[in-house]
Design a protein. Sequence first.
Length: 444
Amino acid sequence: MRIGVVPVSKSGGVYQYSATMLWALEGRVADGADDEFLAFVDETRHPYAVGLRQRGWTTRAIDPPSHRRQVWERRALRALRHAAGEGPVRGGWRWLKRTLGRAPGQDKASLPDPDRVRHRPDMSRWFQQCGVDLMLYPWPTSLAFEVDIPYVMAIHDLQHRLQPEFPEVSANGEWEWREYCFRNGARYATSLLADSEVGKEDILNFYGAYGVTSDRVKVLPFLPASYLAGEVSEEERVRLRTTYRLPERYVFYPAQFWPHKNHAGIVRALARLQHEHRLRVPVVFCGAYSGEIRSRTFREVMTVARQLGVDNQVQYLGFVPDQDMSGLYAGADALVMPTFFGPTNIPVLEAWAFACPVLTSDIRGIREQAGDAAVLVDPRSVEAIADGIYRLWTDATLRGSLAERGRRRLAGYGPDDYTRRLKEILDDARERVRSDARAALLSS
């Protein structure tokens, strides 16, 4: 069977998830599986696509005119954004982006009806010309159901339903677009991927009424990103410390500046520790802040840090290449991740892989993921975050204990388990496609 994969080439959690899936599929191809895999990319000459081909992938462009036009619009917007920089010109760029881009919510007439699919026959024809029998989407996209090809699609969270108060999942029409994507993506999928039993429960709770059944939702837990190193040498630690001018000790948080990531909670906790304990704890942030919401959040976080007098404890590294992430985890005293969103999160696993103790949120999903291998705190309580950081910073025994528990927990589900589960999911999806084809043939 010919299976098309649409990976994500940008940074972030979905990129990491996509990279791990491609890695697992490479092993399946190398093992001589009967399936043939194609990776569909926006630009075949992009370095990401070139890298895939160097690893043995066959790549195809997503080439219909309508998609090509969208690609060129995105390129133009990126160029204008870089030219605009910061300052007053930035506002003009944002207006242009809303005008040329999807602009959810700017025109209510353009918002989708969640129960009316906007079909894309040009894309359907393109995939059919490529001979694809099944599509695999490591990320939720309306392309899955707008194209008439059976598909497996991942749903990583349903926070627009669970916590719509956060603007990144609800503002400017985002809620309507997400509901259109998730409701129809779930309704028409051959199979769905959830990160955990909690994630599966959410899918069934919200979309069971639309025909989603338990047997179609497959649990494929996260792994640490496949590009991370197995070990980090002392020379590599020294290189990173020198390159990024890292403090001797620091806590680490790799996350884009969405409001739900709760960077401000960490900053306020640092101020509390300084005020109550005369304790100075440096924090190292990395992650993008492009886009209106993330840019505003970044400015707010840095403003709060200055107002509270802890800006000299906050170090922002910007975008960090994949090859540097391992050393940043390995050199940290702890991962501090008081996020509001789950159900589970990849950085927790990555920290465990490098014996980095974890502080994260005591909320549904994350609680089950972390077990006894993390300090769990209420993400809405600055006092709780500060207390958790204090315990980790001052108690070497606790740090060692949590690092060991994390290692043991991570060992319970590894790359072989992931690859086996993914194979079983694809085997099941293949049989469902063939069964549906036989049923259609008999009814015709």
